[in-house]
Design a protein around this ligand. Structure first.
Ligand code: BTN
Length: 254
């Protein structure tokens, strides 16, 4: 079971570790509806049986080999229009953790997939509860493949496969939570422009010609950046077009 030794101010200081659950995001949502959990509460399990991903996908992780957890935030300081800033914070926190392991080729694939080379090592699912123009509650779910050696799809990898050694899951969790808190405090301190700049610097494919798929049509374009709503801005056929997550996917193989 997990233990927190990270010297964080609040992230992870309340840790709810369960042997098994369907989805830590769902459990975090249910528990926080029932009781007043402090900001920074982490809900974690070594065996997530029905993990949820973006675009309605599932998230699968072999029991006891990976990190699957959710962080409860109460970012009432953040206007709804800036909710993408939580994506910046979380992607950069995972990026910081992977960078601390001296791995090569770490990139963020818009909006928040974590890549090593062209393989996915982690994913993020952020679910916000809005109240008027502010965000009452945010559940930040992180799935990071740590020690898994085999995957059903060739496009997935783990930290261990890339580094050639095994990792202590508890150490990995503590390290990640420290990086997360630092990035969240950066956001709280109003440094969102710096966060966005770092995010773009580490964004897969930025300013490169890549193949995209939208409306079942493949086309070439160049990522120019991300707008204030978190939509991807792509230059294609001499025109700037913006896309939401549901509208576009990037072909990693070409
Ligand atoms: C994606 O890449 O599609 C996002 C995957 C997010 C998976 C994590 S694992 C912990 C948390 N609980 C869930 O059900 N999903 C997130």
């Amino acid at each position: 079971m997990y233990k927190i030794f990270a010297k964080t101010l609040f992230v992870g200081q309340n840790l709810i570790s369960v042997p098994e659950c369907h989805s830590t995001n769902t459990l975090a949502s249910e528990l926080s509806d029932k009781t007043n959990l402090p900001e920074g509460t982490v809900i974690i399990t070594p065996n997530q049986t029905a993990g949820r991903g973006q675009r309605g996908n599932s998230w699968q992780a072999t029991e006891g080999l990976n990190l699957t957890f959710s962080i409860l935030l109460k970012p009432t300081f953040l206007p709804v229009k800036d909710q993408f800033h939580l994506t910046l914070v979380t992607s950069l926190a995972v990026f910081d953790y992977l960078t601390s392991l001296s791995l090569n080729g770490i990139k963020i694939k818009w909006p928040n997939d974590m890549l090593i080379g062209v393989k996915k090592v982690g994913g993020i699912l952020i679910e916000n509860t809005l109240q008027g123009t502010s965000i009452q509650k945010s559940i930040v779910g992180i799935g990071l493949n740590i020690n898994q050696q085999e995957f059903p799809i060739a496009s997935a990898t783990s930290v261990s496969l890339q580094a050639g050694r095994a990792f202590d899951l508890n150490d990995a969790l503590n390290s990640l939570l420290s990086y997360f808190e630092q990035r969240y405090l950066q956001l709280r301190a109003g440094k969102s422009a710096a966060l966005k700049e770092e995010y773009l610097t580490n964004l897969f494919g930025i300013h490169e010609t890549r193949v995209f798929i939208a409306n079942q049509v493949r086309f070439e374009g160049t990522i120019q950046g991300v707008n204030d709503n978190g939509e991807l801005v792509v230059l294609t056929n001499g025109m700037h077009k913006t896309f939401s997550l549901k509208e576009i996917s990037l072909d990693l193989t070409s």
